[in-house]
Write a protein that binds this ligand. Structure first.
Ligand SMILES: NC(=O)c1ccc[n+]([C@@H]2O[C@H](COP(=O)([O-])OP(=O)(O)OC[C@H]3O[C@@H](n4cnc5c(N)ncnc54)[C@H](OP(=O)(O)O)[C@@H]3O)[C@@H](O)[C@H]2O)c1
Length: 329
């Protein structure tokens, strides 16, 4: 039997508790590839899984971690061989399949992405699902016609994982980025990433009842949902484009059709979990080369399995700044 360390969430008397435990490789689910995980990262969804949200994870005990990067140990397919460096994000990893907060995972081979040239395993998890989502959002803005000449791009939840990487990628591409945050004390951090302007989240929380307001933004990346997204839609310029990926403020979206039928505003949903492999590979290639973030070291903090409880509480209370990479040794 080969044992390894993993963070395990258990339900005890109706409460969810998490601790680092010894697990057995032989008890992992069947799959074509066994991976020795070197790095993972913390995403909002991991915190939901770790605290018992049944919409993410149905059965406990469970090891969360929707991201993992490491080396192939065993493979039953020709595309991947022992020693290959790979990463996995999304699919069912960390949801109902034991995830990257353990030193080993066993998964279907079609979930694997070969580590792109230009990224280390640690850097790949600096991006992880948050970075893939930020880059997919940027990709869809550009596909819909946004250019640095179109005007300001608004990014909500700007200090968070998806938000901070979106700020950095777009600023490096020459866009004028306006960052919306609840943490105005982090304005310097956002400016170091390239934000031209930082505004308080309360400025984007319109309660006037008006269906449409003065047009301010050529484009937007929304990571929070709720009334902030409603306000962004009302204040987007003629033929502007918005992507939407998250719900930390609220899963609700109250809007009228007016911004869409009077201004031709486009709202594009972003899903990184089942993102098709051809697009996934194209976006990872962008992340590794053209869109590689100069300020990545400023965005990522590293922790170990034992530190995850503290970080899980931080992300659930909206206190996250940038991305947390988990070192699994
Ligand atoms: N669709 C997908 O494939 C996909 C992929 C990845 C993530 N997501 C979703 O995207 C969202 C962001 O993920 P993340 O990993 O970036 O999370 P995160 O690191 O926790 O960042 C979220 C940020 O949102 C802001 N925020 C928190 N609570 C808020 C509230 N009540 N009202 C308004 N803003 C609030 C905070 O930034 P400020 O303090 O700067 O405002 C926070 O740092 C989550 O809902 C996540 O589930 C979806």
């Amino acid at each position: 039997m080969t044992s390894f360390r993993a963070l395990v969430a258990r339900e005890i008397n109706g409460q969810f508790v998490r601790s680092v435990e010894e697990r057995q490789v032989e008890a992992l689910p069947e799959g074509e590839a066994l991976i020795r995980v070197r790095y993972s990262s913390l995403n909002y969804k991991d915190a939901l899984s770790a605290t018992g949200h049944r919409g993410v994870t149905r059965a406990f005990p469970h090891t969360p971690g929707i991201d993992a990067a490491g080396e192939v140990v065993e493979s039953s397919v020709v595309d991947f061989a022992p020693g290959d460096k790979v990463l996995v994000t999304g699919y069912d990893l960390g949801m109902n399949t034991p995830g990257g907060f353990g030193q080993f995972i066993r998964v279907p081979a079609h979930w694997l992405v070969g580590l792109p040239v230009g990224l280390t395993l640690k850097e790949s998890m600096g991006y992880g699902t948050g970075g893939l989502t930020a880059a997919l959002s940027v990709h869809h803005l550009i596909e819909a016609g946004a250019t640095p000449d179109s005007g300001d791009v608004l990014i909500t939840g700007a200090t968070g994982g998806v938000g901070s990487l979106s700020v950095a990628i777009l600023a490096q591409m020459g866009f004028r980025v306006v960052a919306v945050t609840g943490k105005v004390s982090e304005a310097n951090f956002l400016k170091r990433l390239g934000a031209s302007e930082v505004i308080d989240r309360r400025e984007l929380d319109d309660n006037s009842g008006q269906p449409i307001l003065s047009a301010r933004w050529a484009a937007g990346i929304d990571t929070v949902g709720g009334n902030i997204l409603s306000t962004l839609i009302k204040t987007t310029q003629y033929r502007g484009v918005i992507t939407c990926c998250g719900l930390v403020a609220s899963p609700e979206l109250n809007t009228t059709v007016f911004p869409f039928i009077l201004r031709g505003v486009k709202l594009i949903g972003i899903d990184s979990v089942l993102c098709p492999m051809d697009l996934r590979l194209k976006i990872w290639q962008k992340i590794a080369v053209d869109w590689k973030v100069n300020a990545l070291n400023d965005i990522i903090a590293e922790c170990e399995l034992e530190d995850l409880n503290v970080q899980i509480n931080r992300i659930l209370s909206g206190q996250m700044r940038g991305r947390v990479v988990v070192n699994l040794g």
